[in-house]
Design a binder for this molecule. Structure first.
Ligand code: PGA
Length: 252
């Protein structure tokens, strides 16, 4: 069973309006009453940009932490219609940011843009949840390790502090599909990712999460995998009951 700090990160994607704060109140209430919280795990929720400021304010003295999803690749202010920079996200008190999600990669995020996003986010003291993952074609052609190595090596640099980065391994074929990797494959892949991270950061690794169709039913399959430092949870994070059950069942 888990010894190290675990992360349960909820990625709301394009979901949420001001009233959705009720979901977070319930999750917060649960973690407040759970003795394992903070000693064994942290909870971070990333609502859309429209809600970051009000939610970050509401939970500033509470247990759960508010993060954000994606940002523009340039920082500060500029003539970029519709864009939101890491500086602006930090100014409304987000603590974390998801960068490199396959949703954003598929809309044109290049490695160069992702490197800028990571660098500018770190510069603004946002902790980065950096997503990587192979698609089903890569998997079929047994190119998973090659793809992951490139995704990591092209963006992460030795000068970044590995403690400010969390890597989320999210196979694209598993996001929102109900399919999860085989236990052995996942074990080998997470080990491989940690090895690459050590080669980048000089024998230090970042935390490595798994993401893709995690729910309250399948979470117990991940509990014995000590190498996994937590989970990035999409669909199931939009329900307080599902999210809380994921945490409960992980530690059962
Ligand atoms: P999912 O999404 O849990 O709905 O598969 C995970 C993610 O995209 O981060």
């Amino acid at each position: 069973m888990a010894n190290n700090m675990r992360y349960f990160i909820g990625n709301w994607k394009m979901f949420g309006e001001p009233g959705s704060i009720g979901i977070l109140n319930k999750i917060n209430r649960f973690v407040k009453s759970d003795k394992k919280f903070n000693k064994k795990y942290k909870v971070i929720i990333t609502p859309p940009h429209t809600l970051v400021q009000s939610y970050a304010k509401a939970f500033s003295k509470q247990k759960i932490i508010i993060g954000s999803q994606n940002c523009y690749h340039k920082d500060s202010f500029g003539a970029y219609t519709g864009a939101i920079s890491p500086y602006m996200i930090k100014s409304v008190d987000a603590k974390y940011i998801i960068v490199g999600h396959s949703d954003n990669r598929s809309e044109g995020d290049t490695d160069e843009m992702l490197k800028n996003k990571v660098e500018n986010s770190l510069k603004n003291k946002l902790k980065v949840v950096f997503c990587i993952g192979e698609n089903s074609e890569h998997k079929k052609q047994k190119k998973t390790f090659e793809v992951l190595k490139k995704q990591l090596g092209n963006v992460l640099e030795k000068k970044f502090n590995p403690k400010d980065i969390i890597v989320a391994y999210e196979p694209i074929w598993s996001i929102g599909t109900g399919q999860i990797p085989q236990y052995d494959d996942l074990y080998k892949t997470v080990k491989f990712i940690k090895k690459i991270l050590k080669s980048i950061f000089g024998n230090q690794s970042s935390a490595v999460l798994y993401g893709g169709s995690v729910d309250s039913e399948n979470i117990s399959q991940f509990s014995p995998l000590n190498e996994i430092d937590g989970f990035l949870i999409g669909g199931a994070s939009k329900s307080d009951q599902n999210f809380v059950d994921i945490i409960k069942n992980y530690y059962k």
